[in-house]
Design a protein around this ligand. Sequence first.
Ligand SMILES: [Zn+2]
Length: 78
Amino acid sequence: MSSIVRVCRLCKEPMKNSPFMMCPDCLIESDKVRSFIAKNPLVSLTEISQSTNVPHGKIREMVKLGISKKNSYGTGMQ
Ligand SMILES: [Zn+2]
């Protein structure tokens, strides 16, 4: 039995057994960012950061990981 330590995909903090790819903090933050982007698709990173209080670099990581695009909003506009 190997004990694999999961790390948060966003802040790289080690996590205890978690069903998620991110730690609770990052889950909350990515949720905020995601819903903000959903409402404001053309917004800049700086504006997202100011409105959600999530650090700039972290939002960039989220975008890189594709978090902001994960949801389908059911618009049928793709
Ligand atoms: Zn994290």
